[in-house]
Write a protein that binds this ligand. Structure first.
Ligand SMILES: [Mn+2]
Length: 496
C-alpha cells in the first residue's frame, strides 16, 4: 500500500469504504444497525397490543450567547436508533400500520437538510441517510411530521416520556420544540400550568409510565455488542487510574490530575467523560459529587479521591480510586482504606445472578459499621450514633453501593434482583469530615473504592482490574515512573 500514489490510495479507501458500508470519518466499532433494529424489535415485543411508542431526541442546550453545550443524545433514543443528531423523533408501532401507502411498524423523523446550517455544523443525515445509514425503510424530515396521517386516537395506549417543558423554540422549522408541539396537538395532550402530565387513568390513551419500565427491562441486561463497548470504556478508565497513580505529586492541581485522566481517555479514543470528573484532595474528597476540582495545589499527606469514567461510543465506565498524594498512606489513612477494601470484597462475594442489590449493600455496610465501631469512630451501632440527623443517612457511609452502568452512568435497569449480563458498580465509601464526633486524627479522611462488574451466573467478572485496588499495590504502582512527569512547559509569567 505504501507505494500506491495518493490518488490510488484514495480510490482504494473509497471503494473499500463503500464495499463494507463504512464511513472513514467514523469509528469502526460503533453499535451496528442490526443492534438498534433488534432492540426496537425487543421493545415492540414488550409493548402492549394496539400501542405506539413515541421517543424524542434530546434537546440542544445553550451554554451562553451563541454557544451550545456539546450535544448528548437521549440514551433511549440512541439505543433504539443509533441516531446522534438532535431534533428527531421515533415512532414504534406494536402492529404494522399503513402509512402513505407503506406497511410499516416504525418510522423516524429527522432534521431537514439545510445548506447553511450544514456549512457550519456538518452534514445531516436527512431522509435518505436515515434510510441508508440507520436502516429505517420509512423516514421523514421534520416538516413532514405535521402532515403525517396518523390517527393517535385509535391506539389503546400512546407510550411516551412526559415533557418537562424545558425545550427552546429555535428559528428552524420543525425543530424539537415544533415536533413536540405537533405531537401534543395530534394526541390531544392536555396543556395546563403543570409541567408534568397528571391524568386520571382512563381519561384518555396517553401513558407516560409504561415506556420507562419497558426501557429499564431492556437496558438493564447488556447484549454482547454493548458489553464490548463497556469493557473498553472500563478498561480505559482503569488504565487512566493506573497512569495517574504513577504521575501524581504534591503541588499538582486537581485540574491537572483531572486532565491526566481525560488525556488517557482521548488517547484511547473515548469521546467524552460519562459524567463530570470528580477529583477531590483532602477535605474535598468528602464532598460526594465534588466537580469544581479547583484546588490549585494538592498537599503532601493528603488523600485524593478520583471518581471518573470514560465514555466510549456512548457507554460509560465509573471507577473510583483514592490514593495518598505523596505515595504512602499514613497509618490512619491505610486503616480506613483497608476497611473500605474489605467492605468491597464482602460485597463482591455476594454478587451473582439471583442475589439482590440490597444484599450487596448490606454486606458492605456490615463491614464498614463493624469496623468503625472497633476503631471507636462509632461509639455504638445505635441510631443516634450512626445516623447523621441533618441528612438522615449513615454518618460516614451515606450513599448506596451499586448501580447499573451503560449509556447512563446511573443506568436504567431493575434494582431488585441481579441477573447475568447486568453491569454494575460496587462502591463502598467512608468519609469523615472535619468536626465529626470522633478522634480528630480521623478527620478529613475520605475513601471510596469503586469498580465495575459484569454479573454472571455464578459470580462476576471484575472489569476494572487494570486499576490497582489493594493499598499495597497502589503504593507499589505509585513508585513507578510516569511519562507525565517528563512534560516540561514554560511558565505563564514570562520568567525563565
Ligand atoms: Mn458510581
Amino acid at each position: 500500500m505504501k507505494t500506491l500514489p495518493l490518488f490510488g490510495s484514495l480510490l482504494f479507501l473509497l471503494s473499500t469504504a463503500s464495499l463494507f458500508g463504512q464511513n472513514a470519518n467514523l469509528p469502526d466499532d460503533l453499535l451496528s444497525e442490526d443492534f438498534h433494529a433488534e432492540r426496537r424489535e425487543a421493545l415492540r415485543a414488550k409493548m402492549p397490543n394496539n400501542s405506539v411508542a413515541v421517543i424524542f431526541s434530546n434537546p440542544v442546550r445553550n451554554r451562553a450567547n451563541d454557544v451550545n453545550y456539546v450535544y448528548h443524545q437521549d440514551p433511549n433514543f440512541y439505543y433504539l436508533t443509533g441516531h446522534r443528531e438532535p431534533h428527531s423523533v421515533l415512532l414504534l408501532f406494536k402492529e404494522k400500520q399503513r402509512i402513505e401507502g407503506k406497511q410499516t411498524d416504525e418510522l423516524i423523523v429527522v432534521r431537514q437538510h439545510n445548506a447553511l446550517k450544514e456549512l457550519y455544523d456538518g452534514a445531516r443525515l436527512g431522509k435518505k441517510g436515515a434510510q441508508t445509514d440507520l436502516g429505517f425503510s420509512v423516514a421523514y424530515e421534520g416538516p413532514s411530521f405535521a402532515d403525517l396521517p396518523i390517527d393517535f386516537s385509535k391506539f389503546d395506549q400512546v407510550l411516551f416520556y412526559d415533557f418537562q417543558n424545558d425545550v427552546r423554540d429555535t428559528k428552524e422549522k420543525a425543530d424539537l420544540y415544533d415536533l413536540i408541539a405537533t405531537f401534543k396537538q395530534k394526541v390531544g395532550y392536555p396543556e395546563n400550568s403543570s409541567p408534568t402530565l397528571q391524568l386520571e387513568p382512563q381519561q384518555n390513551n396517553l401513558d407516560t409510565k409504561t415506556l420507562d419500565s419497558l426501557m429499564q427491562e431492556l437496558r438493564g441486561i447488556k447484549t454482547a455488542e454493548e458489553l464490548d463497548l463497556l469493557r473498553k470504556a472500563v478498561k480505559i478508565s482503569a488504565l487512566g487510574q493506573k497512569e495517574v497513580m504513577k504521575a501524581i505529586r504534591p503541588g499538582m492541581s486537581e485540574l491537572e490530575v483531572q486532565g491526566m485522566h481525560e488525556f488517557i481517555y482521548k488517547k484511547y479514543k473515548a469521546e467524552y467523560e460519562g459524567y463530570p470528573s470528580i477529583v477531590g484532595a483532602g477535605h474535598n474528597g468528602c464532598v460526594l459529587h465534588y466537580i469544581e476540582n479547583y484546588k490549585p495545589e494538592i498537599e503532601d499527606g493528603e488523600l485524593i479521591l478520583m471518581d471518573l469514567g470514560a465514555e466510549y461510543h456512548g457507554y460509560t465506565a465509573d471507577v473510583t480510586r483514592t490514593i495518598p498524594v505523596n505515595g504512602k498512606f499514613t497509618k490512619e489513612q491505610k486503616i480506613i482504606y483497608d476497611l473500605v477494601y474489605q467492605a468491597q470484597e464482602a460485597g463482591m462475594k455476594v454478587c451473582r445472578d439471583g442475589a439482590t442489590f440490597k444484599e450487596i449493600y448490606n454486606a458492605t455496610a456490615e463491614v464498614v459499621n463493624q469496623g468503625l465501631l472497633e476503631l471507636g469512630i462509632f461509639k455504638s451501632l445505635e441510631k443516634e450514633d450512626m445516623i447523621n440527623p441533618a441528612t438522615g443517612r449513615n454518618r460516614y457511609y451515606p450513599h448506596g453501593c451499586c448501580h447499573h452502568i451503560g449509556l447512563d452512568v446511573h443506568d436504567k435497569g431493575h434494582y431488585d434482583t441481579l441477573r447475568a449480563n447486568m453491569v454494575i458498580t460496587i462502591e463502598p465509601g467512608i468519609y469523615i469530615p472535619e468536626g465529626s464526633p470522633c478522634d480528630p486524627k480521623w478527620w478529613d479522611i475520605p475513601v471510596r473504592i469503586e469498580d465495575d462488574f459484569l454479573v454472571t451466573e455464578d459470580g462476576y467478572e471484575l472489569l476494572s482490574d487494570a486499576a490497582p485496588r489493594k493499598s499495597e499495590e497502589v503504593e507499589k504502582v505509585m513508585k513507578q515512573p510516569s511519562f507525565f512527569n517528563e512534560v516540561d512547559l514554560p511558565t505563564l509569567g514570562g520568567e525563565e
